[in-house]
Structures are given as structure tokens and as C-alpha cells.
Design a protein around this ligand. Sequence first.
Ligand SMILES: NC(=O)c1ccc[n+]([C@@H]2O[C@H](COP(=O)([O-])OP(=O)(O)OC[C@H]3O[C@@H](n4cnc5c(N)ncnc54)[C@H](OP(=O)(O)O)[C@@H]3O)[C@@H](O)[C@H]2O)c1
Length: 308
Amino acid sequence: MQIYANNTTGPNAYIITGPTSGIGLATAFEVAKHGTVVLVGRDPEKLRELQKALEQSRRSAVSVVCDLSDLASVRRAAAEIIALDLPIVGLLNNAGIFPMSATKNALGWDNAYATNHIGPFVLTEALIPHLPDGANVVFVASGVEDPERKPAKMAGFRGGRYISAEASARGEWEPGGSKMPGADAYATSKQCTLATALAFARETPRLHFNAVEPGFSPETGLGRDANALLRFLSKYVLSRLAPRIKYWSTPKLAAPVITKVLLNESGETGVYYDEKGQPMLGSVLVRDPRFQDRVVAETRAQLSTVPK
Ligand SMILES: NC(=O)c1ccc[n+]([C@@H]2O[C@H](COP(=O)([O-])OP(=O)(O)OC[C@H]3O[C@@H](n4cnc5c(N)ncnc54)[C@H](OP(=O)(O)O)[C@@H]3O)[C@@H](O)[C@H]2O)c1
């Protein structure tokens, strides 16, 4: 389903997944200052409302419904985006979930893995041949993939715990992980995200693939599975403190950082940026090109088993 807005803002177009909440929502308004935004979301009603709000700000938008946890939906959305024939120069893979209890997608695959890694992977691979030289593809990653990252460790994460693509789909992670429900699934999906961005950067030099760790933003919907007290504290207390705490952020602060990477014309590729837009390092494992290539090869092999 596509919904068009009437106004135009610039000659280029940018795809944003997950624009209906949190970081993606703030970034959609920021990116829309520079061109048409292709809003890729799972909820038609939220897309309609967002598009209306963008129209009221005299911005240009197109909406494409896509459930990133559902392979068929992602493939359909990619075909719809290509058929729009817009001058797309940027793709922002922002959508993500952090479920605190394991759920499965239609194929029986772990939902965090399917939504955070498989969906963006399939969308990106489908769009790559249609993107012009120099286009930017940006993945919203997370520092929790690094088992040595202090703030993530303090929050209870134990890093990405990748065994294989098949094990990830089954919801199995390297033993010795976090006691926090959902943490290993989330961190491993983000390990796959970063590995993919870095592998794609080496594989396809005519495009630019970068990743951003947006900072811990307590006010977004990412923690929607947390208990009511924690959600209240996150939304009304922690979010106010966020601008003053190292490694923390807000959607309002993250949006210009991500937008800058999405619009970057310097040709940088394979760079992982922090919440201030400065280059940062991922975990030792994710920096290893052999690991990056293994994640990509295993993901492709896994996808080849799913009938189109
Ligand atoms: N918040 C943080 O502290 C933090 C830190 C590091 C990284 N990140 C990353 O930042 C990104 C944005 O997260 P956020 O914090 O802004 O969370 P959020 O407020 O929950 O936004 C997530 C977005 O993803 C969309 N989404 C979820 N599942 C989807 C699916 N199956 N298909 C299509 N869209 C789907 C949501 O759509 P609905 O509106 O329909 O739910 C929403 O638009 C994520 O990749 C997250 O992992 C966040």
C-alpha cells in the first residue's frame, strides 16, 4: 500500500524504516528537510498520521507498509519501493525491537533476529541494484553488541552471542550470556547488523554502508515490554537526564547525527559512528572481516532455503 503526500522538498529521496516512533520518527522529520522520505512501517494508521504531520510541515512523503519480521512483506515492500521510481540516494535501516520474551515470526524464527537482522538484510539486498553510485545505506546498530562496552555491561548486557544464523533463528545464543530477558537475542541481532554493514561496505564499494550507535534513549518505545514503573521512569525521568549523561541521548539529539551520516557526501564507507557522530569501534569479534563475511554468507544460505 502506498500513500502519497502532495508537497515536495527536494530532488532526492530517502527511505526510513521504523519512522513511526522514537529515533526513526525524529529522524524522519529531520531527513524530510532534505527531500522526499519513503516511510517504511508496519502500521498503516501510524504511517497515515505521520504522513499527514509531514504534509502539514510542507514536506514530501510516500508510505510503504512493511512488516520487517515477515520475509514476504519485506520482499513486497522492496518491489513497491523500486516501482515508485524515486531518485533514492539513501536508505536508513532504523526499525528494531527489543522483546523481553522470545517470540517467533511466521517461519518460526526468533523475532528479534528476524526483525533486526533478517528484514533489513533482505530489504537492503533487494534495493542495492537499484541505488545509484554513491548512495548511503545506514544501519542503526547498538553498542550492546560489544561485551567489553562499559555502559552496556553495567546495564546487564553480555555482548552479541552469535553461534550461527541457524542457531539465531532458533533463538539460541552462545552460553554464559545475560540474565536480562531478551538481552542476548537483541545484542546478537545488533552484532549481525554491524557485521552486515561492515561486510557490505567491503563487498559493494560503489555504495556507502555505515552504522550508527544512536546512544541510549530511554524515552523511545524500544523498552515497551518493560514493567510499567520502568516505562514511567524511562519516559518522564531518565529521558530528562539523558542529554547530560555520557553515552545517552534522545531522539531529538540522535536525529541530526543520523541524518548527517545518511546525507554524507564524503564517500566514507565501513564507518561505525557513536551518538555524537564520531567514529567508534565495535567489538573485537565484529571488527574481524572473517566474522563479518561468515554472518553474511550464513544469512544468505539461510535465506536461500525460504521459497520466494
Ligand atoms: N532507544 C535506545 O536506547 C537505542 C539504543 C541503541 C540502538 N537503538 C536502535 O534504534 C532503533 C530505533 O529504536 P527506538 O529506540 O527508536 O525504538 P522505538 O521507539 O520502539 O521505534 C522502533 C520502530 O521500529 C518499528 N518496528 C518495530 N518492529 C517492526 C516490524 N516488524 N516491521 C516494521 N517496523 C517495525 C516500530 O514500529 P511501530 O511504531 O509500529 O511499533 C517503530 O517505528 C532500533 O534499531 C534500536 O535497536 C535504540
